[in-house]
Design a protein around this ligand. Structure first.
Ligand code: 5GP
Length: 186
């Protein structure tokens, strides 16, 4: 049985929305990471992320609190050990939205518990989505698009990949995949 479900993919691939709906539908928690990134207007501290300074982040690194952390687009993001351990101890599934490196690292650390999912999206659609959600500056968008090839090249290392070209069918596929892994681990 898998308990840790990581979902990765390019920024703008729709993973945050998919995960939020899936977590509500299946009553599965989403791990709350720490980040040094600036809070977006719609985000809530402690719900979407724990927003902290770089100094605070460095203190957590020094205290060995992170199971994994990465520098993504120039900001730091990390998952603390206690979050993972608490859910594993209780035998409860957990969703984690991680960048590709973080997800593959977690899979190495917890090979039997982790099921890694890569969510892909056609590049031209990705560009449109990033521009339309207008939460990032032009520079930010460029940075995020430049990671696209790097992220796509790692997708073969994931347990499961799917293309988000239709929200409803992607949602159903993701939901059935997760349910199957929770029930029988196949
Ligand atoms: P965003 O700034 O769009 O919320 O997230 C940027 C990237 O950081 C996304 O790919 C997201 O999945 C990733 N990310 C969020 N939290 C973590 C974390 O705890 N660890 C790692 N490795 N990546 C994370």
């Amino acid at each position: 049985m898998n308990l840790l479900f990581t979902i990765s993919g390019s920024s703008g691939s729709g993973k945050t929305t998919l995960l939020e709906l899936l977590s509500r539908d299946l009553s599965i928690n989403i791990s709350v990471s720490h980040t040094t990134r600036e809070k977006r207007e719609y985000e809530i501290d402690g719900v979407h992320y724990h927003f902290i300074t770089k100094d605070e982040f460095d203190s957590l690194i020094a205290a060995d609190k992170f199971i994994e952390y990465e520098n993504v687009h120039g900001d730091f993001y990390g998952t603390t050990k206690d979050v993972i351990e608490d859910f594993l101890k209780e035998g409860k599934p957990l969703f984690l939205e991680l960048d590709v490196k973080g997800a593959l690292n977690l899979k190495k650390l917890y090979p039997n518990d982790t099921f890694s999912i890569f969510l892909s999206v056609p590049i031209d659609e990705l560009e449109n989505r990033l521009i339309n959600r207008s939460s990032e500056s032009e520079d930010e968008i460029k940075k995020r698009l430049s990671r696209f090839d790097q992220e796509e090249s790692l997708k073969k290392e994931f347990d499961y990949t799917l293309i988000n070209d239709n929200f409803e069918t992607t949602f159903e596929e993701l939901k059935n995949t997760v349910l199957k892994r929770i029930k029988n681990g196949n």
